[in-house]
Design a protein around this ligand. Structure first.
Ligand SMILES: [Zn+2]
Length: 340
C-alpha cells in the first residue's frame, strides 16, 4: 500500500516535471525579486525576462542563457514544474546580477527648491526709468515666482518624489536654515536629494546680462558626507576615504546637473539671453548641502534689456520651463545610470 502510494507520487512528479529542490527558484519569485517581466513563446518553449533595456533569455531544457542577446552563460536547464518554470541557482544568480533589486537602485528621492533671499533681504534690486516712469524689480520676488512655478511642474512630473520649497512666501531664512532643511529630508541609503537654489543677478557693469549656474569647485572639501552611524564604519581612515569618494561623486553630479540646467535654459531663452556657463565658487548654500547642488542665476536685473524680459510673466514661465527641463533630464539620466 505504502509502496503503491509512493509510486503514484513519483509518477505524478514526473508528469508535473519533478520535485523542486531548495536550491531552485520559481519563475514568479525571480520576476518579483528582480522587478522584471516575462516574454514567453509557448510554441518554442523560449522565454526572456526583461527590465528596461536589459534582457536575459532562456529555453526550456537548454543549458544556455543569453544576456542582452549577446553573452552566453551556462545554466542548469530550466524546466516546467507545478504549472510554472523552475530555474537552478546559476540562472537565479545571473538574474540578480543583471537586474539588481529595485530598492538598491539609485534614485532621486527629493528635489529641494530654494528661492534666494526673502523678507527683509530683498537680494538684488534693479531700477530703470522708462518714459519718466521709474520701475523696480526685486530679486526675492522674481526667484519666488520662478520657484513656485518650478515646484508645480516638478510635483506634476514626479508625484512619487518629494518636492520641497525652502520658502513659499516672502519670509526670511538664514543660509544655514536653508541647508539644514535640505540636509534633514529623510532619505533611504540609495536616494539622493537635489538642491536647486534660484537667484537673480546684479552687476555694476550694466551691460552684464545672461544666465549662469554655480557649482562648488572640485577642490573644495566637504565634511561629514558619510557618517559613522549611517555606514557602520568606525575607522576614521576608511570614513575619510568614503567621504572623498562621495565628495567626488557629488561634485561630478553637481556639474552634470548644472550642464543640464544650462542646456534647458538655453533651449528656451537662448535667443534673448546669453549663456554665461558654469561658474565655480564655494557659495554657502552649495557648500553645505550634502547632495548634488547648483545655484541658478536667471538673469541681471541691472541690465535694462534683461530687466524688460524679467518683468514679463511669460518670460519667467520660460525660465522656469528651462530649469525644469534641465532637472528632469538630469533625474532621468541619474536614475537610468543606476539601472543600466
Ligand atoms: Zn541672490
Amino acid at each position: 500500500m505504502i509502496m503503491r502510494r509512493t509510486i503514484t507520487v513519483v509518477l505524478l512528479l514526473v508528469i508535473l516535471g519533478g520535485a523542486v529542490s531548495a536550491e531552485e527558484l520559481f519563475l514568479e519569485e525571480i520576476l518579483s525579486r528582480t522587478g522584471t517581466t516575462l516574454e514567453w513563446d509557448p510554441y518554442r518553449g523560449h522565454g526572456a525576462i526583461v527590465r528596461g533595456s536589459r534582457i536575459l533569455s532562456f529555453s526550456l531544457g537548454r543549458e544556455l542563457a543569453v544576456e542582452n542577446l549577446a553573452m552566453l552563460h551556462r545554466i542548469e536547464p530550466p524546466r516546467r514544474a507545478e504549472g510554472s518554470i523552475v530555474f537552478g541557482p546559476r540562472f537565479a544568480t545571473l538574474a540578480m546580477r543583471l537586474f539588481p533589486p529595485p530598492e538598491t537602485l539609485r534614485r532621486v528621492g527629493a528635489i529641494f527648491i530654494d528661492p534666494g533671499h526673502g523678507g527683509r533681504d530683498p537680494g538684488a534690486i534693479g531700477r530703470h526709468e522708462f518714459d519718466d516712469e521709474l520701475r523696480e524689480l526685486r530679486e526675492k520676488d522674481l526667484v519666488l515666482d520662478v520657484s513656485l512655478k518650478l515646484y508645480d511642474l516638478l510635483r506634476q512630473r514626479f508625484p512619487e518624489k518629494e518636492v520641497v520649497l525652502s520658502r513659499e512666501d516672502d519670509s526670511y531664512l538664514t543660509l544655514e536654515e536653508r541647508t539644514d532643511l535640505a540636509n534633514d529630508i529623510p532619505m533611504e541609503p540609495n536616494e539622493s536629494v537635489l538642491f536647486v537654489s534660484i537667484h537673480a543677478n546684479a552687476s555694476l557693469n550694466t551691460r552684464a546680462r545672461g544666465f549662469e549656474v554655480w557649482v562648488l569647485p572640485p577642490e573644495f572639501r566637504r565634511r561629514d558626507l558619510v557618517s559613522a552611524e549611517r555606514t557602520g564604519v568606525s575607522d576614521p581612515d576608511v570614513l575619510s576615504i568614503l567621504n572623498t569618494m562621495r565628495e567626488e561623486e557629488i561634485t561630478l553630479e553637481s556639474v552634470l546637473l548644472a550642464r543640464n540646467v544650462l542646456a534647458g535654459l538655453e533651449s528656451v531663452v537662448g535667443d534673448r539671453s546669453p549663456n554665461r556657463g558654469i561658474r565655480e565658487e564655494s557659495w554657502y548654500v552649495v557648500r553645505n548641502a550634502r547632495m548634488p547642488s547648483v545655484l541658478v542665476e536667471i538673469g541681471f536685473v541691472t541690465n535694462r534689456d534683461e530687466f524688460l524680459l524679467l518683468e514679463k510673466e511669460s518670460y519667467l514661465r520660460e525660465i522656469t520651463r528651462g530649469i525644469y527641463t534641465g532637472v528632469i533630464n538630469f533625474v532621468d539620466n541619474f536614475e537610468e545610470v543606476g539601472r543600466d
